[in-house]
Design a protein around this ligand. Structure first.
Ligand code: 6LW
Length: 492
């Protein structure tokens, strides 16, 4: 069957994948968003459904004071002898830790810390040995892919940390994953940085401690020389084998907002590329070492994409995300609506405003929702971070209720328009394509435009950082606001 990339759309970066009991499981980074580490399941590697999150308790991850794009960096998921392990970094606390569960739909353990620095930790289970890898400095201060052996029950190091590979010379050597396949220990890593120069490189050795020999045709996968091309930034990959023995790599990548518009707003998304091992034992990715928009994959399945998101078909514990340390009492999800209670914290602060978000999953969409505000301010936002966000709000102005459009770019807060309203109750609408977000208010059946904001100012290239646009419902001030009849529909 033919499938199209990305196989998971929206801000789900740094994918890692494992196979267990006939299914595949995938995790992604989550940074300042809570719960941490979204968790997906698939039967065919193409259709992924989110089944929850790994880090669901503040005791597992403390995000209260992390800056945007701090917090939870690239995770790795592995399955060994009936147990799932997810290892990651709280980059702000500079701490590598793992959690485990025997029930993929249940709660995960408290964190087990490993005293090896760096980021992008990974695990290799090899016989009775467990190797812990990260990119950072070893015990001698040598920087590169660093490894130690650990006791998986306690996280205790059983060997010194030793730098095992220094890459091929590209900048930002990161994202190490090691696999024992046949006679070889393969080491996969990323280089080039998670931007336009991103790439996947490979090395191998007969021994997990090396010496590692670099693949003669590195990088084995990159889109850095594909131009003009919509898919860029391909890198940070994890290999997985399917039931028929075929190999695949899941990587992050991003879609530019246009062929000549080098900006991306949807964050880094998940791409699936076929892999084949040549007679020389080295992996070949895709048709020519690049990631394409579509591939053929053997199997009797269809790629389904969810097009419409509503209160009824989303789950607060699965689909929705919150900023840092949300106060649970400010959120009341009902099957058909959401009541938010605001606080003094606004969307302009790197803090925990009352905000419930769904990641933006495609460029062309319409979001509409009925908002009933009791006072204060309540509305919808296309949110990249505290410095870049476009907010459409109902609020009480000096002359009474109004709908207001505020465009925040680079920390500059610009009030674009305010339209007087009869009451604090209206339907708010965002219509977007890859280049523009347009904002409307509808009261008494009459729709009125408030203006628009260019998409590129919400992009990672402008805003910096590692996240993507999240479509949020929010409230500010000590009043409650009721949101009903939410509909986010994607057209592409
Ligand atoms: C992550 C690093 C990277 O830790 O971006 O794309 C960093 N690669 O491996 C943050 O997502």
């Amino acid at each position: 069957m033919r499938y199209e990339n990305p196989v998971i759309t929206g801000f789900y970066p740094d994918p890692s994948v494992c196979q267990a009991e006939g299914k595949y499981y995938l995790v992604a980074s989550s940074f300042q968003y809570f719960p941490g580490v979204p968790l997906f399941e698939s039967e065919d590697l193409v259709n992924w459904s989110q089944i929850g999150h790994v880090l669901t308790r503040p005791s597992q991850v403390e995000l209260a004071h992390v800056p945007s794009s701090g917090g939870v960096f690239a995770p790795t998921i592995r399955y060994h002898r009936g147990r799932f392990y997810m290892v990651t970094t709280n980059a702000t606390a500079q701490r590598n830790f793992y959690v485990w569960t025997d029930d993929i739909r249940g709660a995960w353990s408290e964190p087990v810390t490993v005293e090896q620095g760096g980021i992008d930790p990974s695990l290799l289970f090899d016989g009775d040995s467990v190797y812990f890898l990260s990119n950072g400095e070893d015990d001698q201060g040598a920087a590169g892919i660093t490894q130690c052996r650990i006791d998986i029950a306690t996280g205790r190091k059983l060997s010194p940390s030793r730098c095992i590979w220094r890459g091929t010379g590209g900048r930002y050597l990161e994202a190490p994953h090691m696999y024992h396949i046949g006679p070889w220990y393969y080491l996969l890593a990323a280089e080039g940085g998670t931007e336009y120069g991103h790439m996947v490189v490979c090395a191998r050795s007969a021994d997990p401690w090396g010496p590692f020999e670099s693949c003669p045709f590195n990088p084995i996968l990159t889109n850095r020389d594909k131009a003009p091309g919509i898919i860029q930034g391909i890198g940070h990959g994890d290999l997985v084998q399917d039931a028929a023995g075929g190999w695949h790599i899941l990587t992050l990548g991003f879609r530019q907002i246009g062929p000549w518009e080098p900006y991306h707003t949807l964050g880094r998304e998940v791409f699936l590329t076929p892999v084949r091992f040549g007679p020389d034992g080295w992996p070949r990715c895709g048709n020519d070492g690049t990631a394409e928009l579509a591939y053929e994959l053997a199997g009797d399945f269809r790629q389904e994409r969810k097009r419409v998101y509503t209160f009824e078909n989303t789950d607060p514990a699965r689909d929705w995300c919150f900023l840092r340390r949300p106060a649970a009492e400010n959120y009341r999800f009902a099957p058909d609506g959401l009541t938010l209670r605001g606080s003094a914290v606004t969307l302009d602060e790197a803090s925990s405003p009352t905000f419930a978000g769904l990641r933006q999953r495609g460029f062309d969409f319409e979001l509409s929702v009925d908002v009933d505000a009791a006072g204060g301010e309540a509305g919808v936002t296309a949110y990249m971070c505290e410095d870049e966000h476009y907010d459409l709000a109902l609020r009480r102005g000096p002359g009474g209720w109004e709908a207001a459009l505020r465009l925040n770019i680079g920390g500059v807060r610009h009030m674009q328009a305010a339209i007087p309203l009869r009451e604090g109750r209206a339907r708010l609408v965002i219509r977007a394509d890859s280049l523009t977000y347009k904002f409307y208010v509808n009261q008494d059946g009459e729709e009125r435009p408030l203006g628009q904001g260019r998409a590129k100012y919400l992009s990672s290239e402008v805003s910096g950082g590692f996240t993507g646009v999240v479509l949020g419902l929010y409230a500010v001030g000590e009043d409650t606001a009721v949101f009903r009849d939410l509909r986010v529909e994607y057209f592409s």
